[in-house]
Write a protein that binds this ligand. Structure first.
Ligand code: GSH
Length: 208
C-alpha cells in the first residue's frame, strides 16, 4: 500500500499529481505544518529533514519530492524515459526545481511576509526568482513539455511552483515580470488535466 504524507503546498502537491496521473491506489495522510507535525518523532523517523512530502510504499520509505517522483515513475514505468536525452532533461529540470526555483521563491516569500523589511534580501530573492522564470520560459520555447515531446515528472515538479508564482510574485514584480507566454500556456494545459485537478482537490481537502 502506498501512503503519501503531505500537506497543501507546492512540494506537497507533486506526488499526488503523479499518483493520480498513474491511476494508483494510495492513501493520503495529512501532516499539519501549522501544528508542527512534521517535527514529531514519528515523522522524523521517516524523514530526518522534517519536511513534507514523505511516501511509504510497502516497506520502502522515500522523502524529497524529486526522489519520490523518480521512485513512482520507475515503479509505474511512466513519466520518465528509461534512458537518453528525454530522461536527462526530466532529471535536470527536476534538480533545477528543487535546487533553484523552490528555494529562491521560498526565501522571497519568507522575507516578504516576515515583516522585517529586509529590502536587500527581498530584492535578491525576487531578482533570482525572475531570472529563473526566464530560464523556464526559454526551456519551454518550441517544446510542448519540459523534457521534450512527453509530459514527465519535470512538469509535475515545476508546475505547482509556477502556478503559485504567477499570482504571488507578480504583485511585487509588477512590470519586471518577464514574458511568460509559453509558461502560461503550459500551466493552463497542465491545470486542465483531470488527474491534476483531482490531485489538487484531494490535497487541499486535507486542510478540512
Ligand atoms: N526539497 C524538499 C522541500 C520540502 C519542503 O520544503 N517542504 C515544506 C513545505 S513546501 C515543509 O515541509 N515545510 C515545513 C518546515 O520546514 O518545517 C522537497 O522537494 O521535498
Amino acid at each position: 500500500m502506498i501512503v503519501l504524507q503531505t500537506w497543501d503546498t507546492p512540494n506537497g502537491q507533486k506526488p499526488a499529481i503523479l499518483l493520480e496521473e498513474a491511476g494508483a491506489e494510495y492513501r493520503l495522510q495529512g501532516v499539519d505544518l501549522g501544528k508542527g507535525e512534521q517535527k514529531s518523532d514519528g515523522f522524523l523517523a521517516l524523514n530526518p529533514n522534517g519536511k513534507i512530502p514523505v511516501l511509504t510504499d510497502g516497506n520502502l520509505v522515500v522523502f524529497e519530492s524529486g526522489a519520490i517522483l523518480v521512485h513512482l515513475a520507475e515503479k509505474f514505468g511512466r513519466f520518465l524515459a528509461p534512458a537518453g536525452q528525454a530522461r536527462l532533461d526530466a532529471l535536470a529540470w527536476t534538480y533545477w526545481q528543487v535546487g533553484g526555483l523552490g528555494p529562491m521563491m521560498g526565501q522571497f516569500g519568507y522575507f516578504k511576509m516576515s515583516g522585517t523589511n529586509n529590502e536587500e534580501a527581498i530584492e535578491r530573492y525576487l531578482a533570482e526568482s525572475l531570472r529563473l522564470f526566464s530560464v523556464l520560459e526559454r526551456g519551454l520555447a518550441g517544446r510542448p513539455w519540459l523534457a521534450g515531446d512527453d509530459y514527465s515528472i519535470a512538469d509535475m515538479m515545476v508546475f505547482p511552483w509556477m502556478r503559485a508564482a504567477i499570482t504571488f510574485i507578480a504583485g511585487t514584480a509588477g512590470e519586471r515580470m518577464p514574458d511568460l507566454s509559453a509558461t502560461r500556456r503550459w500551466i493552463d494545459k497542465i491545470e486542465a488535466r483531470p488527474a491534476v485537478r483531482t490531485a489538487l482537490e484531494k490535497v487541499k481537502g486535507l486542510k478540512g
